[in-house]
Design a protein around this ligand. Structure first.
Ligand SMILES: [Cu+2]
Length: 237
């Protein structure tokens, strides 16, 4: 069963696998817990005039069923932790991230996403950076196969940069620049939304991520008008 969106990044299949593992385990325990409760209800309905038994649960023979379940659930928890650890560190911990091929700055602002690319010098956070603040329906253009470091921040309130096909969601926090990365595996155009209620027009804060070849990407960045960056958040903020 796979009801998750198609994977467009190197980490997305692992994230989907984790989702399915957690979903599977919680569904299993949901069925066990409610199954036991309903079994108890329906079997006791059949015995007429029976008196409920008062159990303190102090002796092991009375409490063992609880302990067995507790141990099994904790074991499942550790199973999830072990499976998550690698994913988590490669996505969240800067020291464990792969070396980036390029950098892009992403700024959330009521109510649009802004994208800043390195200019002619190939370096971000310098004078010649180029950017786009297209309003709604704008595009973040990424080259396929390249490890792109995304420096995510916000100009006003909390936003969240969310691309389902990348298995990627990161809060954009005013006053902080959080570095994450993505390595797109497929060309195409996928949805980028804001996943944090950020004001009345939050629902319109929808953009697109367009994954293209390196050549097309270079052409795109060249075509950007460097003056546009003046409207954006100050560099290096
Ligand atoms: Cu928002």
């Amino acid at each position: 069963m796979n009801f998750l969106p198609e994977a467009y990044s190197t980490v997305a299949p692992g994230i989907s696998e984790l989702f399915n593992l957690i979903f599977g385990l919680t569904t299993f325990w949901f069925i066990v817990a409610y199954g036991a409760a309903f079994y108890g209800i329906f079997t006791s309905l059949k015995t007429k005039g029976g008196k409920a038994k008062y159990i303190t649960g102090e002796s092991f023979s009375e409490s063992k069923l609880v302990w067995i379940v507790v141990i099994l659930v904790i074991a499942c928890d550790f199973w999830i932790d072990i499976k998550t650890a690698h994913q988590w560190s490669s996505v969240e911990i800067e020291a464990d991230m792969p070396k980036g091929d390029m950098d892009i700055k992403i700024v959330g602002r009521q109510f649009q996403w802004e994208f800043v690319y390195p200019g002619k010098d190939g370096k971000l956070f310098t004078e010649d950076d180029v950017g786009v603040a297209d309003g709604n329906d704008g595009e973040l253009v990424l080259p396929i196969g390249k490890v792109t470091k995304l420096h995510i921040t916000s100009a006003d309130v909390l936003h969240a940069f969310f691309v389902r096909q990348f298995g990627f969601k990161q809060d954009a926090i005013p006053g902080r620049v959080l570095t994450r990365w993505v390595q797109p595996t497929k060309e195409g155009r996928i949805e980028l939304t804001c996943a944090e209620i950020c004001g009345p027009n939050h629902g319109t804060m929808r953009n697109w991520v367009k994954i293209v070849s390196q050549d097309e990407f270079d052409k795109y960045v060249k075509s950007l008008n460097s003056n546009k960056v003046a409207m954006l958040t100050p560099l290096g903020e």
